[in-house]
Design a protein around this ligand. Structure first.
Ligand code: IPD
Ligand code: CA
Ligand code: CA
Length: 275
């Protein structure tokens, strides 16, 4: 068995990599000459995403050469058989970034070989909010300990979600689920960064989040943030399978979790609030 790294030291490094990447991203933000390419029909990548990932990978792998690193843009690097893996989204919210919309983040997580996140950092680049968590050690925004909200009823809840990359060709693209939540909640939001949406659940700004077919780099750090701030995580059936891989995620303050599952399972047959 490989030696377990000191998680607080790993967190410190992850935070400094995220902050350096954020400073780099700002040098590209709102630059009219920014080079944008299309990876898929609606999936964009910029030179800023790639540059940011190179910087983070170099910092993490030079400190932990025996670890693996899975990045959105560069794929798997380092010791791919390793017991510990970094999941790196060098720019979560690329569509916002290309439009000058100031909601995007750097997300860095360290997990074990089963993709259980142990350390997570999500840095909101423009608002300079650094969300961080260590398994068993709580989640923080700067120095402030994070707690999920106390909202008890779905009817008063503010939720967040996103749409999968294959939304044009796959009819299972979250539009039905979205339509079911709209009349049953206070409202539904899409920020355009899964990492930030999960951090906002951890901070009590949102009461819940659901999404399917996201990637480990989008959500690993944010999922740990929710767990460490007292929230609940399951898949759409209320079980644990697939959550850390991003297959299906329901993240909530715990109190509205069953009502969220009811909507995801029953669809439009789920109960509706009166009035
Ligand atoms: C995307 C964002 C978005 C989510 C998409 C992701 P990207 O990541 O997290 O909120 O709905 O599934 O791909 O492409 O901006 O890094
Ligand atoms: Ca992402
Ligand atoms: Ca990204």
């Amino acid at each position: 068995m490989a030696d377990s790294p000191d998680l607080n030291a790993a967190l410190t490094l992850a935070e400094s990599a995220a902050r350096r990447a954020a400073a780099l991203l700002l040098t590209y933000f709102r630059d009219p000459k920014l080079k944008v390419q299309q990876k898929g029909a609606t999936d964009l990548v910029t030179e800023a995403d790639r540059h940011s990932e190179r910087l983070i990978a170099e910092m993490l792998l030079s400190a932990y050469p025996d670890h693996a690193l899975i990045g959105e843009e560069g794929g798997a690097q380092g010791n791919t058989q390793a017991a510990f893996r970094w999941h790196v989204d060098p720019l979560d919210g690329t569509t916002n970034f290309t439009r000058g919309i100031p909601y995007f983040a750097v997300s860095v997580a360290l997990s074990d070989a089963h993709n259980l996140p142990l350390v997570g950092v999500v840095y909101d680049v423009v608002h300079e909010e650094c969300f961080k968590a260590v398994r068993g050690g709580g989640a923080r925004l700067g120095r402030k300990k994070l707690h999920v909200s106390k909202t008890r009823k779905l009817a008063s809840a503010l939720l967040a979600s996103g749409f999968p990359g294959d939304k044009r060709v796959n009819p299972d693209n979250n539009t039905e689920e979205w339509a079911c939540f709209v009349p049953r909640t206070q409202s539904v939001r899409r920020i355009g960064s899964a990492a930030l949406e999960l951090c906002y659940v951890a901070a009590g700004r949102f009461d819940g989040y659901w999404e399917s077919r996201v990637n480990t780099w989008d959500v690993q750090a944010g999922l740990l943030m929710v767990e460490e701030s007292g929230g609940k995580l399951t898949n759409y059936r209320g079980r644990q399978e697939g959550i850390y891989d991003g297959a299906q995620i329901v993240a909530s303050n715990g109190r509205i979790h069953e009502e969220m599952l009811e909507v995801l399972i029953l669809g439009d047959a789920a109960p509706r609030p009166h009035g």
